[in-house]
Design a binder for this molecule. Structure first.
Ligand code: ACO
Length: 209
């Protein structure tokens, strides 16, 4: 058992609905694949280049291997992989990855949300729940996120959650077949003593259930 896993942070209410994080399930296959195939154009622009065809990699039959890989990382304490649910429906994923303990106690965070429910505060609420969970039960001290400067919605999500822009990683990640610059954003426990969800609620961006 690793601190903070398994967990179900939430809910937090935003305009799009009631946002919760939970471990991914084998039976998410149909919902996951349905969204990933439908939203290909919207997602592929921002996701790391991977080998193989999008349709094969995001088919219903591709989920068991992905789910099992995520579950293995979580069991080894290397990741906290969450499904984002909105009003009980699968709406995207948020992954806390490369969990390093010891004197660093740090990890990265990444996420995607279905296009038809985007713009309603879901990703911001999901990030808030994840950060508070990581800085609380999971015992981490720092979270980091890398985002392409062109990805305005994701930059907004990080800034609404209180992340600080720390720099620019040049030619950092292979996205859409080329090396793309990424901003690096960071947040440590000291930046948000009251918690990120509480800060969102205080600013009127979210409500407690
Ligand atoms: N230009 C500027 N701002 C925009 C634009 C735009 N074209 N489109 C939306 N926004 C704003 C919204 O208005 C909102 O800000 P506001 O609350 O100040 O009005 C903000 O961007 C989005 O906030 P949320 O509603 O909380 O986020 P959402 O649930 O829509 O999810 C996300 C955002 C995850 C980036 C989604 O668009 C997505 O899944 N995109 C594709 C995959 C992706 O880019 N993932 C992130 C990769 S980077 C990383 O993981 C660290």
């Amino acid at each position: 058992r690793h601190p903070g896993w398994p967990a179900r942070p939430g809910p937090l209410l935003v305009s799009a609905g009631s946002v919760e994080l939970r471990p991914p399930r084998l039976r998410d296959a149909t919902a996951w694949s349905g969204l990933r195939l439908r939203d290909r154009v919207y997602l592929q622009r921002w996701e790391p280049t991977t080998v193989g065809d999008w349709r094969d990699r995001n088919a219903v039959l591709a989920w068991p291997a992905q789910w099992s890989a995520l579950r293995g990382l979580a069991r080894r304490g290397q990741a906290l992989p969450f499904a984002i649910s909105v009003d009980g429906r699968f709406a995207g994923q948020l992954t806390v990855g490369n969990v390093v303990r010891g004197a660093l106690r740090s990890a990265w965070i990444g996420y995607w949300v279905a296009e038809d429910v985007s713009g309603g505060g879901i990703a911001t609420a999901a990030v808030a729940l994840a950060v508070d969970h990581c800085f609380g039960p999971a015992g981490l001290h720092r979270l980091e996120a890398t985002v392409r400067p062109e990805n305005s919605p994701s930059v907004r999500v990080l800034e609404k959650a209180g992340f600080r822009r720390e720099g620019l990683f040049e030619r950092y990640l292979d996205v859409e077949g080329a090396w793309r610059d990424h901003y690096v954003y960071g947040l440590t426990v000291e930046d948000r003593p009251e918690g990120v969800a509480a800060a969102l609620v205080r600013s009127g961006r979210a409500r407690y259930a």
